[in-house]
Design a binder for this molecule. Structure first.
Ligand code: DHE
Length: 564
C-alpha cells in the first residue's frame, strides 16, 4: 500500500451528533491525505467517519481489511496461488462506482443505503473510503475501571422478585437507533420499561438464573438490567471497549451469575468481569495469526456462547478463524484451547444436544462445527454463499433426523446440516437439504421445540417486497414450498420512505407466538408484529411510537436456556 504524507490532523467536532454518540473512538485521530487524493472538509470527514463506524465497520472492519464485507482499503494487493499479483482498492473502483454500490446494494448481501443515508452522505462516505483508514485507540484495564459504574450495588437490590409478572416470558427488544432496549411483558404485551443502553445497541443475553439481562451496544457499553426490580432498571455499566457485538455469562452449575464476558471488535480482545457488578477482571487479546498463518491486527471477537456442560465459553475470532474454548474455572490462570477452523467466523448456535457448536464462517461460505465435549473441531461444512444463522434452528427432519438450519445473506437457500453423529452418522455434518427461501439477504431462521414451523426472514434483500416478507416452512414436510407472508402489510403502518425490513423472528417462552420486528427508518413508524405460530395469522401488532427501530428480540426463557 502506498505511504502518504499526513497533511491534516482532524479532531472530533462536539457539534457532530453522530461523532458524540460513539464517543472515544472518534477522539483525536490523524488523517492522511494529499491534495491529489480524494478529500473532504473536516466536518464532512468527521460525519463520514461516524457513519462508517456506525454502518460499515461491522462488515468491512475498522482497518477496512474486509470480513463479511469486502476489503475497502484505498489500495490493496494480494499474491494469487499462481504467483501473479492481484491489485484493487477503493481508489481503483472510483467515486461513481462506489456511490452506486452504496446506494443500491448488491445481491451478495450488501444492503442498499439509499433509504438510510442522504445522497450527500453517500457521496461523502464514498470519498471517505478512498482515504486512508484512521486507527482508533486501545482500551485497557485503566480505561475500563474509569468507565465502570455500579448504579445499584448488589446488597441494595431486591432479595426476591418485586413483581408478579411472568419474568420468564419477558422480551428484551433492541431499539437500535435510539440506543435503548424495551422490556416487554410477553404475556400482557405491555412495555414495562425502556432503558438507555449502549449506542446502536446490538444484543441481549441472560444470566444463568434468568434474573439479569446483559445488553451490549456497538460502542462497547455493557448494561446490566435487574429484572427483579418492580420496574427493571440498569444497575451497572462498563465500557468494555470501543466497538463490540457479543456478550455472554457463566452458565455452568456452581458459576451461575458469577461472570460475564464481552467480546470486542475494537480493540480486538475479550474481557471477563464479575457477573453482578461488571467489575472487569481480565482482558485477553485476540490479535494473532489466521488459520493460514498470516498475522491479523484486527482479529475481532464475533459470537460467544456459554456451555451448560463445562465452565467454558466458546469464543469465535472472526478474521483469524481460531475458535477459543475459554475455561473460566480459574480466571487468574486462564486456560484456552485454540481450535483452527475457517476464517471470517460470525454467528452461530448449539445443536439440540448442546454438545456441538455450529458457527458460520460467512465470507468463507462454510459452517464450522466444534465438539465441545472433546474440545476439537468436528467438521467444516461447505455451504452456499454467506451463511448467516443467528443462532440457527434445530429440528428433527422426517428423513434425516436431527438437523440445524441456517439461512444465507448471499443465497436464497436455507441449508440443513445433519447433527447426530451417533444415530444418523451418514448425515452428520453434511448438507442434507437446501430449502428455497423467498430471497437472499436473509439474517435469521427460527423455530421452537413446541413448533412445527421454521420462519426465515430476508431483511437485506434489495427488493422491498422480499425484505418485508418471511418464508414459513412446515417441519413435518420441509420439502413443501414455503408460505410467503408479507409481515409489513399486516402491520398496516403509514407509507414511508424507508423499507419496513422484517427482521429476527423470536418465539415467546411457550413457543406458540413468533415476534417479528419491522425495522424502518429512525424517524418513521416501526412496529412489532406478533404471529400466531399455529395459524400463521397475525395476533397483535405493537405500534407504540417509543418502539424506535426495533430489531433483535430476546425472550428471557429462550435466551437463558438457548432454545432455538
Ligand atoms: Fe448482528 C448477532 C455481528 C449487524 C442484529 N451479530 C450477532 C453476532 C455477531 C454480530 C458477531 C453474534 C453474537 C453472539 O451470539 O454472541 N451484526 C454483526 C456485525 O458485525 C454486523 C454484520 C454489522 C454491524 O455493523 O454491526 C451486524 N446485527 C446487525 C444488524 O444490522 C442487525 C440486523 C440489527 C441490529 O440491531 O443491529 C443485527 N445480530 C443481530 C441480532 C443478533 C445478532 C438480533 C442475535 C441473534 C440471536 O437470535 O441471538
Amino acid at each position: 500500500m502506498s505511504k502518504r504524507t499526513p497533511t491534516a490532523t482532524l479532531r472530533t467536532s462536539r457539534a457532530s451528533l453522530l461523532a458524540a454518540a460513539i464517543g472515544v473512538v472518534l477522539g483525536s485521530i490523524s488523517v492522511a491525505a494529499t491534495a491529489a487524493d480524494p478529500t473532504l472538509s473536516p466536518q464532512d470527514y468527521e460525519k463520514s467517519k461516524a457513519i462508517y463506524f456506525e454502518r460499515c465497520a461491522g462488515c468491512h472492519g475498522v482497518l477496512r481489511k474486509g470480513a463479511t464485507g469486502k476489503n475497502l482499503e484505498p489500495k490493496w494487493s494480494k499474491k494469487k496461488a499462481d504467483g501473479t499479483v492481484e491489485e484493487g482498492g477503493t481508489l481503483k473502483l472510483g467515486q461513481e462506482r462506489l456511490e452506486k454500490i452504496i446506494g443500491l446494494g448488491t445481491e451478495g448481501g450488501m444492503v442498499n443505503f439509499n433509504d438510510i443515508l442522504t445522497k450527500e452522505e453517500i457521496k461523502n462516505i464514498s470519498t471517505y473510503i478512498q482515504m486512508e483508514p484512521p486507527a482508533p485507540p486501545e482500551w485497557g484495564m485503566k480505561d475500563m475501571l474509569a468507565s465502570w459504574k455500579v448504579i445499584v450495588p448488589p446488597d441494595k437490590r431486591p432479595k426476591a422478585p418485586e413483581t408478579k409478572r411472568n419474568l420468564d416470558n419477558f422480551m428484551s427488544v433492541t431499539l437500535r437507533d435510539s440506543g435503548e432496549v424495551a422490556l416487554i411483558d410477553g404475556d400482557t404485551k405491555e412495555i414495562v420499561n425502556i432503558v438507555k443502553t449502549g449506542y446502536a445497541v446490538h444484543i441481549s443475553r441472560m444470566s444463568a438464573s434468568g434474573r439479569y439481562i446483559y445488553v451490549i451496544g456497538r460502542d462497547g457499553l455493557l448494561s446490566l438490567i435487574d429484572l427483579w426490580m418492580a420496574k427493571p432498571e440498569v444497575v451497572a455499566t462498563l465500557k468494555s471497549g470501543i466497538d463490540a457485538r457479543s456478550v455472554d455469562t457463566s452458565k455452568f452449575a456452581g458459576y451461575e451469575d458469577k461472570y460475564a464476558i464481552v467480546g470486542t471488535y475494537w480493540p480486538p480482545q475479550y474481557v471477563i468481569m464479575e457477573g453482578d457488578t461488571l467489575k472487569p477482571l481480565k482482558i485477553v487479546s485476540t490479535r494473532g495469526f489466521t488459520v493460514d498463518g498470516e498475522y491479523h491486527p484486527e482479529a475481532r471477537v464475533a459470537s460467544i456462547v456459554s456451555s451448560p456442560h463445562k465452565p467454558e465459553w466458546v469464543v469465535n475470532v472472526k478474521e483469524t478463524g481460531q475458535i477459543k474454548l475459554v475455561d473460566y474455572s480459574d480466571i487468574k490462570n486462564l486456560k484456552e484451547v485454540t481450535i483452527e477452523s475457517s476464517k471470517f467466523l460470525h454467528d452461530g448456535g448449539w445443536d439440540a444436544s448442546k454438545r456441538y457448536f455450529l458457527v458460520a464462517a460467512n465470507a468463507s461460505n462454510q459452517v464450522a462445527v466444534v465438539d465441545t465435549k472433546e474440545g476439537k473441531l468436528a467438521a467444516i461444512v461447505d455451504t452456499k454463499p454467506k451463511p448467516h444463522p443467528g443462532r440457527g434452528a434445530n429440528f428433527v427432519h422426517p428423513k434425516y433426523g436431527p438437523v440445524w438450519a441456517t439461512s444465507h445473506l448471499g443465497s436464497d437457500v436455507v441449508t440443513l446440516i445433519g447433527t447426530d453423529p451417533e444415530k444418523h452418522p451418514q448425515h452428520a455434518w453434511k448438507v442434507v437439504e437446501e430449502l428455497t427461501n423467498h430471497g437472499s439477504g436473509s439474517l435469521f431462521v427460527k423455530t421452537h421445540p413446541a413448533s412445527k414451523n421454521l420462519w426465515v426472514d430476508a431483511p437485506l434483500n434489495p427488493e422491498t417486497e422480499v425484505a418485508e416478507s418471511v418464508s414459513v416452512f412446515d417441519l413435518n414436510n420441509p420439502e413443501k414450498p414455503a408460505e410467503v407472508i408479507n409481515i409489513a402489510k399486516l402491520a398496516d403502518l403509514p407509507a414511508g420512505k424507508a423499507v419496513k425490513r422484517v427482521v429476527h423472528g423470536e418465539y415467546n417462552a411457550k413457543g406458540d407466538e413468533v415476534w417479528f420486528s419491522l425495522w424502518a427508518g429512525k424517524t418513521e413508524p416501526s412496529a412489532i408484529v406478533i404471529m400466531d405460530d399455529k395459524t400463521r395469522k397475525v395476533k397483535t401488532v405493537l405500534k407504540d411510537p417509543k418502539l424506535i427501530t426495533p430489531t433483535g428480540k430476546f425472550n428471557v426463557h429462550n435466551t437463558q436456556h438457548d432454545v432455538y
